[in-house]
Design a binder for this molecule. Structure first.
Ligand code: MLT
Length: 326
């Protein structure tokens, strides 16, 4: 639509017709909110702040991260599902978007159809970590201790549906021993308790554990990926350490409320794909054990089909465990 016709439309009182098109063509005309459904300082927050800063430069408007933690990431997801579909409220979430539809049976939003997909972002390995003085030095020693101490041990996570919950579900089912779970609003706060020795174990993403592992502030037993992580070359995979069933990689994606106009989705997607090529983002991701997804995966169509497949993959696993959030 040309500037003249916009003015004409506005002048003839047909502003209502021009407004959506005008808003879309001027998008973004003000700062954008990127909701992170976990507390600040955790792995999701780390990914979000790197991507938000780079997207802001590309869009010419600030992309402001807002942490809305709680209920395993569903409070933040609800906030976005219920927001105006105008492109000014986005959600950066992870694999939880694939498990929440099965784990939560009563939600105040549509966990699948309440969102437009924009693109995938990154896939992050997890690490099984323990407090510094945990009395085990290998995965097998840790498994033996978990089987012996069971509910006497505290396992930290970020609520049902969080990546740390999923990894814990896999771990405890593999070793057939349930520890006491201590939920936090994110694994950022949980890490503080692990560093203080007030919880015993956690399974968290390398974006939150790599620097603490390197500093010797926490113990690490394994990574949950098929291959070792270049940023942690001396850490064995769970399969190498004798627990091949402990395999989970935490993918992240960007979403907008259902009904967000496609031209806005495309503009945000363009900025996301540029951010994933930003040298600062690529380097920081590498330092923290991950890499951006290939450009073809940072698209609404690939993201949507991948997400649907992940929902189908996790549903039977969760149903077999019989653990639901509500
Ligand atoms: C976080 O960002 O706090 C984590 O992703 C929470 C989790 O999923 O374990």
């Amino acid at each position: 639509m040309t500037a003249i016709s916009k003015r004409a439309l506005l002048g003839t009182g047909l502003a209502a017709l021009a407004t959506p098109a005008l808003a879309q063509s001027n998008y973004p005309s003000r700062p954008i909110t990127m909701v992170v459904p976990f507390a600040a300082g955790g792995p999701t927050d780390t990914v979000a702040r790197l991507v938000a800063e780079a997207m802001g430069r590309e869009l010419g408007q600030s992309v402001v991260v807002e942490n809305v933690g709680g209920a395993g990431g569903t409070l933040g997801a609800a906030r976005v599902a219920q927001a105006r579909p105008d492109g000014y409220t986005l959600l950066l979430h992870h694999i939880g978007m694939a498990t929440i539809p099965t784990l939560y049976r009563r939600l105040p939003y549509d966990a699948v159809n309440g969102f437009e997909t924009i693109g995938l972002i990154t896939a992050v390995p997890m690490t099984l970590v323990a407090k510094k003085n945990f009395p085990a030095n290998t995965l097998q020693e840790a498994i033996a201790l978990i089987r012996r101490e069971r509910e006497n041990l505290n396992y930290a996570n970020a609520g049902i549906g969080a990546a740390s919950h999923l990894c814990g579900l896999l771990l405890m089912s593999q070793v057939d021993a349930a520890m006491t779970t201590v939920p936090f609003r994110g694994t950022g706060p949980a890490m503080q308790e692990l560093l203080a020795g007030r919880v015993d174990l956690m399974c968290d993403q390398t974006t939150n554990t790599t620097e603490q592992i390197r500093a010797g502030e926490i113990k690490v037993f394994a990574v949950t990926t098929p291959e070792r992580v270049p940023a942690l070359p001396n850490v064995p995979t769970a399969a190498e350490a004798g627990l091949p069933g402990l395999e989970v990689t935490i993918w992240h994606g960007l979403y907008a409320p259902k009904g967000t106009p496609r031209p806005v989705i495309d503009r945000v997607g363009q900025a996301l794909r540029a951010a994933l090529k930003d040298p600062k983002v690529v380097q920081r991701f590498a330092d923290l054990g991950t890499t951006p997804v290939p450009e073809a995966q940072a698209t609404p169509e690939f993201h949507r089909q991948f997400w649907q497949a992940e929902i189908a993959r996790w549903r039977p696993l969760i149903q077999a465990a019989g653990q639901y959030a509500d």
